[in-house]
Write a protein that binds this ligand. Structure first.
Ligand code: FHN
Length: 684
């Protein structure tokens, strides 16, 4: 039953013309930047397999009784180079079969494979004339990259190369690990190392056929520069002009969030790691790389496996945002995939065999949010096919497509082609999927519509903060040309009789509800925003002795912030700011900073804490921002209303291993977001 015919067609044509002519589509498609035709195969692929394999598979995560290492084992267990090099004489993956690996990937629905040709430890899985630290000088004595290249070519899978800029083995790489007292820099020459990399990249891009992607990594150390990154990008493209290069060739990556910051940074796509962006970014290519358990390299003790349905949901979520999914397997020292990885690849393949068309070659969702799942889309003759991935079936079983204005022509389950019914309501269309939703994996429903999607997205409610002490300006915005926004301030549903406008000034706590109306009819879902008027937290009545903070440092290995009350500090003292540079080692340490911050005027302040690994920010004794956990560099923030004067501020932080950083920023009345300056910090 399709009741769209009751919809005023003349109106629909008029508004459609306005939208398409103005290009003001309610939700932009993932526009493809021109002159990057070479990326089309990669965009259509959507799904790749990451392989982290090397000498680190031999210890398999264990060293001196500790079992939580991965491919960083040489660094994190501080294994001297001469000891680590012994693994080379043990590397003999007799069960390795490139054809089997590629078949498992292909049967899982993977379209490209990224293999670590050289990871940070410097060991090469390929035959190189520029070092002996390769697989050719192991008992295995076979060029693994060559065998992978042949198998990929035979099975129609695009082979791609991971290559680490950081190199803990090459004598010319700098910096050394800060614990490598037995390996001084000596006459190390970094420019000689850069030439070594180029020599190897020429081998990799000359001897193994067409390579799809050069997946650089390890670009974060200070010796690698923006200039070197731009130059290396051009060098790689000169060897294979059609190759794609990720953004880790240069210095523009925004930490683990992975997208490229603005500037002339090289790299064709962003590389979120172990995370998926909250939304897609029209016209921006990106690929989320993720592990199946907690490690990239094989760890025989790591049984924290994500379930197969969870992995499929990540694939669906990523594709609905216009991204690619690079899912990792860490093969064992014998040369096989861990059984748990094999099981998951097979399960994903079963789902992809039936639903792969909802992933491959699709574009991002035209909807801002679907509470019950995700959506992808592809053009079809005369219209568009929307793929609706039902992940959390709604309680009433009805699937609302908020703001969808197009006429539906067909609705059916993708797997069984079972016809379904669709009906219209003022704020969109509703599909009744009947009993077809009961499944642990996403169920895909195909909805075919005429033309390009026209989605009247709900208005966005924009304000600087969610709390205020006096008054708060709020903007109501919609990309829907020709729409009026009607709103209420008391949490009731807006109607055509509700006030209309785009700019508000709140003077009391309010719950704003706003919707788009065209020709007197509501066409979008309702957007909600709550804003609270609060009293600023009173300042502390203390007389600080001097500037700066008190700090206590601790040493130990944690995966979350410890209870510092139960620990004895390794050192204590005073410091001008939240500064971890006086740490004793690069890993396994923690800090607690205590003091007061001088708030210049009554107002709402936003505090930001960025850290790798975990951290917490307390204000006047209460937890304000919780950024705890084992993670890459992540920023979290919170608003708080503070009265003028001194407020107790405390920050706790820990670093487990790998990269480390801690940064405190603030924003407030007349203060743009920036680092908290020394001169507002005081101690007793
Ligand atoms: O340090 C590497 C890590 O070992 C792994 O290769 C990941 C995969 O993207 N990249 C780096 C961490 O960001």
């Amino acid at each position: 039953m399709n009741t769209l015919r009751s919809f005023p067609r003349k109106w629909l044509i008029a508004t459609t013309a306005v939208f398409i002519a103005s290009g003001l589509f309610m939700r932009p498609f993932a526009q493809k930047p021109v002159n990057t035709a070479r990326m089309e195969w990669w965009r259509d692929a959507r799904f790749g397999l990451f392989l982290h394999w090397g000498l680190y598979a031999i210890p398999a995560g264990e060293w001196n009784g500790q079992t939580n290492y991965g491919e960083w084992i040489r660094n994190n267990a501080q294994i001297p180079l001469n000891t680590y090099n012994n693994f080379q004489s043990q590397f003999n993956p007799t069960r390795f079969n490139a054809g089997e690996w590629v078949s498992m990937a292909k049967n899982a629905g993977v379209k490209y494979i990224v293999i670590t040709t050289k990871h940070h430890d410097g060991f090469c899985l390929f035959d190189s004339k520029f070092t002996d630290f390769t697989v050719m000088n192991t008992p295995f004595h076979r060029d693994i990259v060559k065998e992978m290249a042949d198998a990929c070519h035979q099975q129609g899978i695009q082979l791609c190369f991971y290559y680490s800029i950081m190199d803990w083995h090459h004598p010319d790489y700098l910096p050394r690990r800060d614990w490598e007292y037995d390996r001084p820099a000596g006459d190390a020459d970094f420019s000689r190392y850069v030439q070594y990399m180029k020599n190897q990249l020429k081998e990799l891009l000359t001897n193994y056929g067409k390579i799809g992607v050069l997946w650089f990594d390890g670009e974060w150390e200070e010796t690698w520069t923006h200039e070197l990154g731009k130059e290396l990008y051009q060098y790689v493209r000169s060897l294979q002009p059609g190759i794609i290069v990720n953004n880790r060739v240069d210095k523009g990556r925004s930490g683990m969030a992975g997208l490229t910051i603005s500037g002339d940074y090289a790299g064709d796509y962003g590389t979120p790691e172990q995370e998926i962006p909250a939304t897609g970014v029209p016209g921006v290519d990106w690929e989320s790389c993720m592990t199946m358990n907690d490690n990239w390299g094989y760890n025989s003790h790591d049984n924290k496996w994500k379930s197969a349905p969870e992995l499929v949901e990540k694939l669906v979520d990523i594709a609905s945002k216009g991204g690619n999914y690079l899912l990792n397997v860490g093969p064992t020292a014998e040369g096989v995939f861990p059984p748990a990885s094999v099981e998951r690849l097979q399960a994903i393949g079963s789902w992809m065999k039936v639903n792969g068309e909802s992933i491959y070659g699709t574009q991002a969702s035209p909807f801002r949010l679907l509470t019950w799942g995700r959506c992808t889309q592809r053009s079809i003759p005369g219209g568009t096919r929307l793929y609706l991935h039902v992940i959390n079936p709604p309680a009433d079983g009805k699937l609302l497509l908020p703001g969808l204005a197009n006429q539906a022509t067909k609705v059916y389950t993708l797997a069984e082609k079972t016809p379904l019914t669709i009906s219209r309501k003022s704020t969109g269309q509703i599909i009744d999927p009947g009993s077809s939703l009961k499944n642990e994996y996403p169920v895909v429903i195909a909805l075919e519509i005429k033309g390009k999607p026209i989605v009247y997205v709900e208005p966005s409610i924009q304000a600087g903060t969610s709390i205020f002490i006096d008054q708060l300006p709020v903007k109501l915005f919609t990309p829907v040309a020709g729409a009026a926004i009607h709103y209420t301030l008391n949490g009731t549903e807006p109607t055509i009789a509700s006030p209309q406008g785009r700019s508000l000034l709140l003077k009391k706590s309010s719950t704003i509800k706003a919707a788009c109306f065209i020709n007197g009819k509501q066409v979008s879902a309702v957007a909600t925003g709550s804003f609270e008027k609060v009293t600023p937290l009173a300042a502390q009545t203390i007389e600080p002795s001097s500037g700066g903070l008190e700090f206590a440092s601790y040493e130990g290995k944690w995966t979350q912030l410890p209870d510092f009350e139960k620990l004895s500090p390794a050192a204590t003292g005073t410091v001008a700011n939240f500064d971890i540079s006086m740490k004793r080692g690069k890993d396994e340490y923690a800090f607690v900073f205590d003091g007061f911050i001088k708030i210049p005027v009554d107002g709402v302040y936003t505090f930001y804490i960025t850290s790798d690994d975990g951290s917490r920010l307390f204000m006047d004794g209460s937890l304000l921002v919780d950024n705890d956990g084992l993670h890459g560099s992540i920023e979290k923030s919170k608003d708080i209303a503070l009265a003028k004067g001194l407020h107790a501020i405390k920050v706790s932080y820990f670093e487990n291993s790998g990269s480390d950083n801690l940064e405190l920023q603030w924003k407030g009345p007349g203060i743009p977001k920036n680092k908290i300056p020394d001169w507002v910090l005081f101690r007793k």
